[in-house]
Ligand binder design. Structure first.
Ligand code: 5AD
Length: 373
């Protein structure tokens, strides 16, 4: 398979029209080509290692009213929690014990997670475990972000969800219409964070053209991490009701479906436009297809899995959408099944922090990453 400028997906070969064409492609033979290219580019640029990031959902309080999300401020009543620093540290220590190189702290946009609170948690995790720390805490003032970076946070995840600003405004009614997320991502890069972003696939009102634009943004922003998952209806949310219906109607025949194949096309194209990015097999995809979602993603460009380390008593409350695949997977069980799945896929577990472009080339010392349960 040719690499370099002559490859069918190389710059120029994968322009806007080609992206649009691939997104709408449904000929099985051609899709096999797309999957093969994405897997080959993944293999050549980031190798066979799959990086495991321990996910800790540290708070489900949220000040925002995103119309798709099950833990938004306006969602039907949900028991709220915010983990204590000792509980967060304990979960991070689990990640270290399991041999994961990174812990991801994710939450709703929670003002109760103050700048100093998070900074303190980050520095104690760094001091006690040495793990890479990724934060995913929403839109925050630069002052907080800079303090967290100073405290040792390495990466930040903030999906821009859709590049269609009209649609963005409709699904984020309290954010003043226009998204500042791309600007925040750029500022965070300036602070020295590795930056991750992504989109939901099949948001009511999302068109093929806007999805092609999303991929162009992954390419031009040169992001380090890209997360894509299907949009899943959250019962009782405005987007699952009248708002969603109206938006779908306005997109008409251009409406993107929220299905597995479309999500996998976006994932494969993301790998082709950003060959050395870290791309997770997302929980949302595993929710849509519990058996095949993760392995299929790993065969079509993904190189990261994020096992959930949130204590089970909180996990069921972090219900951003129903049926979240990891709600019943305990860390130990998901660890065992993931490692087994990786072996059957001919993949290995990455060792170390696994930052952008990291290739784990040493497969010798497999004990390094064996869990000590
Ligand atoms: N369906 C799919 N993904 C969702 N997210 C939030 N709500 C939903 C939903 N209903 C995703 C968003 C957010 C990430 C943490 O979870 O993309 O950025």
């Amino acid at each position: 398979m040719p690499e370099g400028p002559s490859a069918p997906w190389a710059q120029g070969g994968l322009d806007r029209a080609a992206l649009l064409g691939w997104l709408q492609e449904d000929a099985p033979g051609r899709l096999e080509n797309l999957w093969g290219w994405a897997d080959g580019v993944r293999q050549r640029h980031v190798g066979d290692a799959v990086w495991l990031r321990g996910l800790v959902e540290i708070s489900n309080h949220c000040a925002r009213s995103c119309t798709y999300c099950g833990i938004s401020a306006s969602s039907p009543p949900v028991g709220r929690y915010r983990m204590a620093p000792e509980e967060i540290l304990e979960a991070a220590e689990k990640a270290a014990t399991y041999g994961f190189g990174t812990v991801v702290l994710q939450a709703g946009e929670d003002p109760g997670l103050t700048g100093p609170f998070v900074a303190e948690v980050v520095s104690s995790i760094k001091a006690k475990t040495g793990l890479a720390v990724t934060l995913s805490l929403g839109e925050r003032p630069d002052e907080d972000l800079a303090a967290w970076r100073m405290a040792g946070a390495d990466r930040y995840l903030l999906r821009f969800e859709t590049s269609d600003l009209g649609l963005y405004g409709r699904i984020h009614p309290d954010m003043g219409g226009a998204s500042d997320r791309l600007a925040q991502l750029c500022r965070m890069r300036g602070m020295g964070f590795e930056i991750g972003t992504g989109v939901m696939v099949g948001i009511p009102g999302q068109t093929w053209a806007s999805l092609a634009e999303d991929l162009e943004i992954f390419r031009s922003l040169d992001v380090d991490m890209i997360g894509v998952g299907p949009y899943l209806e959250s019962d009782g949310s405005p987007l699952a009701g009248g708002l969603g219906e109206a938006l779908k109607k306005s997109a008409g025949a251009e409406q993107v479906p929220a299905d597995e194949t479309t999500t996998l096309k976006v994932l494969a194209l993301a790998r082709l436009v950003r060959p050395d990015a870290n791309i997770p097999a997302t929980t949302a995809l595993a929710t849509l297809d519990p058996a095949g979602g993760r392995p299929d993603a790993l065969r079509r460009g993904a190189n990261v899995v994020m096992p959930n380390l949130t204590p089970p008593r909180y996990r069921r409350l972090y219900r951003i959408y129903p049926g979240k695949a990891d709600v019943h997977e305990t860390a130990d069980v998901s660890w065992a099944s993931i490692e087994g799945q990786l072996e059957t896929l001919g993949r290995t577990v990455g060792r170390g922090p696994g930052g952008r472009g990291a290739v784990d080339v040493g497969y010798g010392d497999r004990n390094w990453f064996k869990p000590q349960l």
